[in-house]
Write a protein that binds this ligand. Structure first.
Ligand code: TTP
Ligand code: MG
Length: 223
């Protein structure tokens, strides 16, 4: 392990993992820590784009709305990456990287999004990913199995996600695995810390504490 030497910007951690893997719960654990700025995913913005719930439209008619939705999600993520913090550590739920490498990738291979739309999104994505604001120091991958997250999603019962199937979650699981576990698709913007996020709420606290020490010491783990 080595210390991050780049002090010009906050030490930036992005938390990744399937829908329902516990990213929000993980972030909540750090809310009370005065050294850390926690940036939760801006789902409320997606629910109110000029007064319309774009998030709901995505699942109602994915072919019609996936490009509009993913463009907006990418924009809201760029804003999160660019946000100035007055702490030396920033922890974000997701990033521009999982938007592109997991969701857009899956939408394209499932025939939900045409290649030309992916081309346009890539123009934005490739431009922004080379900016200093898009730099990441650590990726925390909350690794789960699809059946576990499916059960959690049903329990959570988000209105918009009523049509999300186990099959869809399995495909999203596979793209996360290829990217962050097998490292066989796309490059990763930073070293990866893998957390067993199938654990229940009580046992996972130990995992949170282990991750916290990596974050607080601004360690970069060797991948
Ligand atoms: P997630 O970003 O996985 O967030 P979550 O709150 O469900 O995860 P956790 O329980 O771990 O906190 O997904 C939020 C919803 O938005 C989900 O329905 C998937 C959808 N989504 C997309 O369709 N495209 C995207 O690019 C992103 C980031 C999310
Ligand atoms: Mg969440």
């Amino acid at each position: 392990m080595s210390y991050s030497k780049d002090m010009d910007r906050p030490y930036t951690v992005v938390v990744e993992g399937n829908i329902g893997s516990g990213k929000s719960t993980f972030l909540n654990h750090f809310q009370e820590n005065p050294s850390i700025s926690v940036l939760s995913e801006p789902v409320e913005l997606w629910r109110n784009c000029g007064g319309t719930n774009l998030f709901a439209l995505l699942y109602e008619d994915p072919k019609r709305w996936s490009f509009t939705f993913q463009s907006y999600v990418l924009l809201t993520m760029i804003r999160q990456h660019s946000l100035q913090t007055n702490t030396s550590i920033k922890v974000m739920e997701r990033s521009i990287y999982s938007v592109r490498y997991c969701f857009v990738d899956n939408m394209q291979s499932e025939g939900i999004m045409p290649s030309l739309s992916v081309e346009v999104l890539d123009e934005y994505f490739n431009w922004v990913k080379n900016k200093p604001e898009a730099k990441v120091d650590l990726v925390i991958y909350l690794r789960t199995s699809p059946d576990v997250v499916y059960e959690r999603m049903l329990q959570r019962n988000r209105d918009e996600e009523k049509t999300v199937s186990l099959e869809y979650l399995t495909k999203l699981h596979d793209v996360h695995e290829k990217w962050l576990y097998y490292k066989s698709a796309y490059s990763c913007p930073a070293p990866i810390l893998i957390v067993d996020a199938n654990l229940d709420k009580t046992s996972i606290v130990d995992e949170y504490i282990k991750s916290e020490s990596v974050i607080m010491n601004k360690l970069s783990i060797s991948s």
